[in-house]
Design a protein around this ligand. Structure first.
Ligand code: GDP
Length: 484
């Protein structure tokens, strides 16, 4: 049945030309596709009003959709191309070329590399197919219109062999690009060896145009590197004139949560968040619980939220001080705490319940779930993870954890510059460093990339009349870089 639009039912405004194809019917089977853009355009803090998608991106996406329909696994072209793959014909003249995405690691990592793969498909006129495992199958609606599918068929011909190939390559890290046949290349872009560099060279890209099937396995957000490749740069500038909204546009277009996920998002939002004047998302990802127990994390979070950013009010000293009787005029803040752990939620909730806030604001603290530990192979667990990602992306202000791809997806979808909670592990040694830093742009960080000198990109090229600087070292991880 229909899922209600969160708190925006009466505030629907006309949309500008949309990334969502008009060929999608008003689909009850994927309510988020229509309802999320409507909610976003009516939300005052939403960034899509500031950075609309370029007309060129819209036209390239409409072209892509036609190509996808022509080449998808239901098409005759697909059948022909996959049969040719089986016979390993040397004289291929493929009418469709593919990039097949294979999942690896957590959901945040997956969404980042999937979005990067879609940008790659746009840049290279390929068709993006996904080899989802069971744990991914109930999360996202089909992204492309006209009943096209992006799912690689379960019985696809090279799948058995691919399994072996992946295993082999994983054991053999020094062989980044393993050649199965001229018709198929397996790209393992993990950032843990020097061979990734080959992929980011214009001459390699030229060679790859002759390979109809690319199978890509990566957990990285690798789009930023394309912006420093001369072969891709001009096209990227046309597609994304606003470099701070690349993932925002691609992620919002590609990912529409299924009704199962969206229903939970909408109900939670309506019940706990909709009425607040300010929605604050706090994502606490604890990578090493032994090194950073809650006793260390909690004061760290409070330093960030009450002192450094001032997002949350401090508490009054006296538990018994009277609260203002003019309760109607009090500001209502809702804090959504996304974490695998429960204690940050309970502690914050109790704090703001037991003592009055200094500015007398009413602070409600909420959590959808606390799963305890990461269980990437579990579909029900991934549904909860995606619910948290989307609820965070609907907040007005975000505090997310440094180095977390889960947090990156949430703030990039929101188009918000988050505050990054820094690692408190060596807090004693870094007593004078702030508990959190404000991001310069909402874009995600490319953590493990082949060496690139961001200084030369930003100063050398620009000084020499080259393209304007677009990448910077990440605020939360200095060895990574990102679009800004
Ligand atoms: P990263 O490890 O922080 O970069 O993010 P990933 O998404 O790649 O992997 C972490 C995984 O742990 C997520 O996909 C979820 O399965 C789980 N997880 C981490 N944080 C949360 C959270 O706040 N809420 C929920 N529901 N799951 C989480």
């Amino acid at each position: 049945h229909r899922v209600p639009t969160p708190s925006a039912r009466d505030r629907i405004v006309p949309l500008r030309p949309s990334l969502v194809s008009s060929s999608f019917p008003d689909q009850p089977s994927c309510a988020s596709r229509q309802q999320l853009p409507q909610w976003r355009s009516s939300s005052s803090s939403n960034s899509s009003n500031k950075s609309p998608a370029s007309p060129y991106l819209l036209s390239r996406i409409r072209d892509y959709e036609q190509r996808h329909k022509r080449c998808d696994p239901h098409s005759e072209s697909f059948l022909r191309n996959s049969q040719e793959l089986l016979t390993r014909s040397k004289d291929l003249a493929p009418d469709c070329r593919y990039i097949v995405w294979v999942p690896v690691n957590g959901l945040g990592n997956r969404m980042l590399s999937l979005a990067s793969s879609f940008v790659y498909a746009l840049l290279t006129d390929r068709v993006l197919l996904v080899d989802f495992d069971d744990s991914m199958s109930g999360l996202f609606c089909e992204p492309f219109p006209d009943d096209a599918t992006w799912l690689l068929p379960g019985d696809f011909t090279f799948k058995g062999r691919l399994g072996n190939l992946l295993e082999k390559s994983e054991k053999k890290h020094d062989e980044e690009i393993a050649v199965q046949a001229t018709a198929l290349l397996y790209l393992y872009l993990s950032g843990d060896n020097n061979y990734d560099m080959l992929f980011y060279r214009d001459d390699t890209q030229k060679l790859l145009t002759n390979v109809p099937w690319l199978v890509l396995r990566s957990d990285q957000h690798f789009v930023p590197y394309f912006f420093v490749m001369p072969g891709f740069r001009a096209e990227l500038d046309r597609l994304f004139p606003d470099k701070e909204a690349v993932f925002q546009h691609v992620g919002r277009y590609l990912f529409s949560p299924t009704n199962r996920v969206w229903g939970r998002v909408a109900r939670f939002y309506d019940t706990y968040l909709a009425k607040a004047e300010q929605r604050i998302g706090l994502q606490v990802r604890v990578f090493y619980p032994d090194k950073t127990p809650a006793s260390l994390m909690l004061p760290h979070i409070l330093r960030c939220m009450q002192v450094v950013s001032g997002i949350l009010p401090r508490l009054q000293q006296n538990e018994t001080s009277p609260t203002s009787s003019a309760t109607r005029s009090r500001t209502l803040k809702a804090v959504l705490v996304a974490s695998l752990l429960e204690e940050f939620y309970t502690e914050l909730k109790d704090m703001y319940w037991m003592r009055p806030a200094a500015d007398d604001a009413a602070v409600g603290v909420y959590q959808t779930s606390h799963e305890g530990w990461q269980e990437t192979g579990n579909g029900a667990h991934n549904v909860k993870a995606l619910v948290d990602i989307y609820l965070l992306s609907m907040c007005d202000v975000l505090v997310t954890s440094h180095f977390s791809t889960f947090g990156y997806v949430a703030h990039s979808l929101a188009g918000l510059r988050p505050w990054y909670l820094q690692n408190p592990g060596d807090y004693e040694a870094k007593r004078n460093e702030p508990a959190c830093v404000r991001a310069v742009s909402p874009e995600p960080c490319f953590h493990f990339h082949p060496y690139y000198d961001t200084n030369s990109a930003n100063h050398g090229d620009a000084a020499g009349g080259g393209p304007a600087p677009v990448i910077m070292n990440c605020e939360d991880y200095e060895w990574g870089f990102k679009l800004a």
